[in-house]
Design a protein around this ligand. Structure first.
Ligand SMILES: Cc1ncc(COP(=O)(O)O)c(C=O)c1O
Length: 362
């Protein structure tokens, strides 16, 4: 495997390249650049004593806050320590599961399948199709041997996404074949509403939506994730197999405050939609240099660099010397050559990165 740093490897970077972690702008972690909500900042100090008690066992107040944020019924929501815990929980639901994963894929899916003694197969998006989903091909690839289908939507690292009207067709087939369909919506809050699968949960009990507060709420340290499904048995079984209190009392209170900050939520959505558009227009002007990109639906973009020029690793190193950390995608199957990913940060930072890229290939 080629060396590539994950978005959270900032301390390793500090050690290897001698740049201070505090000064690095992380274009690799896919976390919102807007920082945490002010309602949380102003309110959390009053809640600090909550750690003197165990968290509410069923996280009722937090599930209610999530319910009014995303529209799913509170009784259909299950809490987890980041979306990571729910990814692991749904994969381990079947012993030795047979799993289909959309690819190029976030590495945690296959890692958890291997831990569960299962087998992973892949439905790969194709570079020549702009890494867009081909719903018919996806449906045709499903068989009754599968226990679980994992769709990352919007997809990390390609940034492409499946509309809920298309996902509807996939779910119909999963229901027929008795396959659980886990849709990892860690990045959906940044995307347009047409990619949000929440309303489909009411129609298809086989759907298990996985969400996170790490990225959109700029809070990866909180470790808040949640699952949504109308399959009561699945929800109950996953709950029973999880460790209790995996979300701390403080995270519970923090998340409730963040979800109540409707101004923050609206502003973040507005900022990301306009910054995505602005960066794409700038990337269009780099096409004559041989730099192409995959049309992004969330808060990050996948670039393909020109052949026989500075490699993805070379560009990563050039950027890190300027204290900007991008993601070299060489460790993703199918993206071994010439792909990098970066997330949208503040305008001035994005401009600095785009200038560096332009200069590197001019
Ligand atoms: C696609 C995807 N799913 C899940 C996660 C894990 O997120 P969390 O912090 O909620 O555990 C990540 C983190 O990078 C991710 O990219």
């Amino acid at each position: 495997m080629k060396e590539a740093f994950h978005g959270s490897d900032i301390e390793k970077i500090e050690e290897k390249y001698g740049v201070s972690a505090d000064e690095i702008i992380s274009f690799a972690a896919n976390v919102s650049p807007l920082g945490v909500s002010s309602l949380y900042l102003n309110g959390i100090s009053e809640k600090l004593h909550c750690v003197e008690r165990y968290p509410e066992r069923d996280y009722g107040r937090l599930r209610d806050a999530i319910s009014s944020y995303c529209g799913a019924k509170s009784s259909n929501i299950i809490m987890g320590s980041g979306s990571s815990e729910l990814i692991s929980a749904v994969i381990k639901h079947h012993p030795a599961p047979e799993v289909m994963i959309t690819a190029p894929a976030y590495a945690e899916y296959a890692r958890n399948v291997a831990i569960a003694g299962g087998n992973s197969r892949y439905y790969s998006l194709k570079a020549e199709e702009g890494f867009e989903f081909d719903t018919n091909r996806l449906i045709d690839s499903l068989t009754d041997e599968l226990d679980l289908l994992i769709i990352c939507n919007p997809m990390n690292p390609t940034g492409t996404a499946l509309k809920s009207s298309e996902l509807d067709r996939v779910l119909e087939r999963c229901e027929e074949l008795d396959i659980i369909c886990a849709v990892d919506e860690t990045y959906v809050d940044f995307a347009d509403d047409e990619y949000d699968a929440t309303s489909l949960a009411e129609v298809y009990p086989c759907l298990f939506i996985i969400r996170s507060m790490s990225k959109f709420f700029s809070a990866p340290g909180l470790r808040i994730g949640y699952g949504i499904t109308t399959d009561e048995t699945l929800l109950k079984e996953i709950e029973e197999n999880k460790d209790p209190w995996s979300v701390s009392s403080l995270s519970n209170e923090a998340a409730i405050l963040m979800l109540k900050d409707r101004d923050y939520i609206a502003e973040s959505k507005k900022y990301m939609a306009s910054e995505r558009e602005r960066v794409c227009r700038k990337l269009d002007s780099l096409k004559p240099l041989g730099i192409t990109y995959t049309v992004p639906r969330a808060n990050f973009v996948l670039l393909h660099l020109p052949e026989n020029r500075l490699s993805a690793k070379g560009l990563f190193e050039k950027a890190i010397r300027e204290k900007m950390m991008i993601r070299n995608c060489a460790d993703y199957s199918g993206l071994e050559n010439g792909y990098v990913r970066f997330c949208f940060m503040k305008e001035e930072d994005d401009d600095r990165l785009l200038s560096l890229i332009k200069e590197a290939y001019t």
